[in-house]
Design a protein around this ligand. Structure first.
Ligand SMILES: C[C@@H](C(=O)O)C(=O)SCCNC(=O)CCNC(=O)[C@H](O)C(C)(C)COP(=O)(O)OP(=O)(O)OC[C@H]1O[C@@H](n2cnc3c(N)ncnc32)[C@H](O)[C@@H]1OP(=O)(O)O
Length: 250
């Protein structure tokens, strides 16, 4: 199984479990994300945590060895759309959602974390919207969410530079809620959250969701998905992915 969903004490934890491939997202992970949002929406869950196995990587984005088979805009769009819908549902859950960024997050991995309300980033983790190096944009809604989360110039710079940022840089530009230097830091964060009753967290999250609905967040994500699907079909993108896959296969 490529993922696990566990529930304890009102906290539902989603763990991507493909560390050998840096927790890249395949179709099964997308299934898992859909299952997560269904379960978290229904039960007595007060908090969701999204994380991954091992300490090397949180997520390296789409599994290029699988999704590279998608060649045209018409082929790329359904995959991008489906994951974008799962992440929109995650973002608009009426409970706090925390990304526990246990290691490197790149490409779509950063998009998953950006769809969450909070990003707790382990001190060794490097993260970046590297899609620009593959001559595409973010395509799961993460670019749109980044403009919601960060000051405009910080968001545009992070997307435009397409490089890995250190945890300290991520704290400075506002992407990291907190840099995690020891496991105790996570406990402190969670116990502070748990001091406040779930219905209060829910009411605050609903305020944010109202704003996102009024500003047509969902429609803006759709534009992001469509534009990424167009770029996906270009030769320059396929050549860049070939280069990555051939480099790592050698
Ligand atoms: C869908 C789209 C979107 O945003 O909407 C995207 O996500 S585009 C996807 C954007 N993602 C990327 O461009 C990811 C590129 N990956 C990397 O830059 C790197 O792998 C890091 C994630 C920084 C990890 O570097 P590190 O030196 O630790 O490991 P490595 O590069 O040797 O990777 C270990 C093994 O995992 C594989 N691997 C890593 N990331 C992968 C990915 N996203 N898809 C498929 N395979 C991947 C490598 O090919 C290698 O396979 P072997 O062991 O067989 O050699």
């Amino acid at each position: 199984m490529s993922y696990h969903i566990e529930s304890a004490d009102g906290v539902m934890t989603f763990t991507i479990d493909r560390p050998h491939i840096r927790n890249a997202v395949n179709d099964e992970i997308i299934d898992g994300m859909e299952e997560l949002v269904r379960s978290a929406g229904k039960s007595e869950v007060r908090l969701v945590i999204v994380t991954a196995a091992g300490d090397q990587a949180f997520c390296s984005g789409g599994d290029l060895s699988v999704f590279h088979a998608l060649r045209t805009e018409e082929e790329a769009y359904p995959m991008l759309k489906r994951m974008s819908q799962a992440l929109y549902a995650l973002k608009t859950l009426p409970i706090p959602v925390i990304a526990l960024v246990n290691g490197t997050a790149v490409g779509g991995g950063c998009e998953i974390a950006t769809a969450c309300d909070y990003r707790l980033v382990k001190a060794h983790a490097k993260c970046g919207f590297v899609q620009g190096n593959l001559v595409i944009t973010s395509g799961w809604g993460g670019g749109t969410y980044l403009f919601e989360a960060l000051q405009h110039d910080h968001a545009l710079q992070m997307l435009g530079e397409a490089r890995l940022y250190t945890a300290d840089e991520l704290e400075t530009n506002g992407w990291a809620t907190k840099v995690i230097r020891s496991p105790k830091d996570i406990d402190v964060f969670l116990s502070q959250m748990k001091k406040v009753r779930p219905e209060v967290h829910r009411a605050y999250k609903e305020m944010a969701i109202r704003k996102w609905k009024e500003t047509n967040l969902e429609g803006r994500v759709e534009e992001e998905v469509r534009r990424c699907a167009q770029l996906w079909a270009e030769d320059a993108h396929h050549e860049a992915v070939d280069k990555f896959l051939n480099k790592t296969n050698q």
